[in-house]
Ligand binder design. Structure first.
Ligand code: NAD
Length: 243
C-alpha cells in the first residue's frame, strides 16, 4: 500500500524547487495534492504533468483571503484536508545594516506570517478529517545563525511549530518542522551563486549539496501515519552541516 493513500494535501510554493519535488513524491505515494504558488503558469503546467490527483490554485501565502480560497477549492476537489506543507519562502542575503524595514517585513510576511495563517486556515478542515499533519519548512538557519531576516523567520517557524503542536494536539493534528541544509533548487542555484555553492559543498561532511527529492522522503514520512507519535519536533536533513 502507498504511504499516503487516502490523504489530501496542500503544498505551498509548489511550482518549482522543493515544493514541486514534494508534490511529485506525494502523488507517487497515493495522495491527492493541491499545489499552490504565486507563479500560475509554472504551477498549472506542473500540476497537469502530475495528472488527475493534482490541481493548482494560485495563492499568495501572505493573504488570509487566498488561504480561505485554497481551503475551499481543495475541499471541493478532494474533500477534507489531512496534510499541509508550508513550504513557500524567499531568501534575502543582505547585511542587516543595508536592509530596509520594507525588505525586512517582506521576508517576515512570506516566511513566517504565512505559516501562522496557513495553520489557522487549515485546522477546521483537518478536524473534519479526524486529524492531520502540518509540516513547516524551516532551514538549518532555524538552528544556527545566517542572514538577518531569513534566520529570524526560520527560527520563528521552528518555535511556532512547537507552540502550535501544543494547541493542536487535542484535535489530533500534529505539527513538525523540517530543517534542510543546502538543497539544489532555483532559490540557491542561480548562475552567479552556483560556483560559491559548489565550493561550500566541499565543507559539508557528506561533500555535496542535496537534491530536493532527498528532503521529500522526510516530508512524506512526516505527512504519513508512519510518524504518528511525532509532534512539536524538528527534523534536520543537512548532510551533517550542523553536526
Ligand atoms: P524556490 O525559490 O526554488 O521555490 C519557492 C517557491 O515559493 C517559488 O515557486 C515561489 O514562486 C514561491 N513563493 C515565493 N513567495 C511566495 C508567496 N508569497 N506566495 C506563494 N508562493 C510563493 O525555493 P526552494 O529552495 O524550493 O525553497 C522552499 C523552502 O525551503 C523555502 O521555505 C526555503 O526557505 C526553504 N529552504 C531552502 C533551502 C535551499 O537550500 N534551497 C534550504 C533550507 C530551507
Amino acid at each position: 500500500m502507498s504511504r499516503l493513500s487516502g490523504k489530501v494535501a496542500i503544498i505551498t510554493g509548489a511550482a518549482q524547487g522543493m515544493g514541486a519535488a514534494h508534490a511529485k513524491a506525494f502523488v507517487e505515494q497515493g495522495a491527492k495534492v493541491v499545489l499552490t504558488d504565486l507563479n500560475e503558469e509554472k504551477g498549472n503546467a506542473f500540476a497537469s504533468e502530475l495528472g488527475e490527483n493534482a490541481i493548482f490554485v494560485k495563492q499568495n501565502v501572505t493573504s488570509e483571503e487566498d488561504w480561505a480560497n485554497v481551503i475551499k477549492k481543495a475541499e471541493e476537489a478532494f474533500g477534507p484536508i489531512n496534510v499541509l506543507v508550508n513550504n513557500a519562502g524567499i531568501s534575502m542575503a543582505k547585511n542587516m545594516l543595508e536592509m530596509s524595514l520594507d525588505e525586512y517585513m517582506k521576508i517576515v510576511n512570506i516566511n513566517q506570517v504565512s505559516v501562522f495563517l496557513g495553520m489557522k486556515a487549515v485546522a477546521a478542515s483537518m478536524m473534519k478529517a479526524g486529524g492531520g499533519s502540518i509540516v513547516n519548512i524551516s532551514s538549518i538557519n532555524g538552528l544556527v545563525g545566517g542572514a538577518v531576516g531569513y534566520t529570524d523567520t526560520k527560527f520563528a517557524v521552528r518555535g511556532m511549530s512547537k507552540a502550535a503542536a501544543l494547541n493542536l494536539a487535542p484535535m489530533g493534528i500534529r505539527v513538525n518542522s523540517v530543517h534542510p541544509g543546502v538543497i539544489a533548487t532555483p532559490m540557491i542555484m542561480q548562475e552567479d551563486s552556483k560556483a560559491a555553492i559548489e565550493e561550500f559543498a566541499k565543507h559539508i561532511p557528506l561533500k555535496r549539496v542535496s537534491q530536493p527529492e532527498e528532503v521529500s522522503q522526510l516530508v512524506v514520512f512526516l505527512a504519513s501515519d508512519e510518524s504518528s507519535y511525532s509532534t512539536g519536533s524538528e527534523f534536520v536533513v543537512d548532510g551533517g552541516i550542523t553536526a
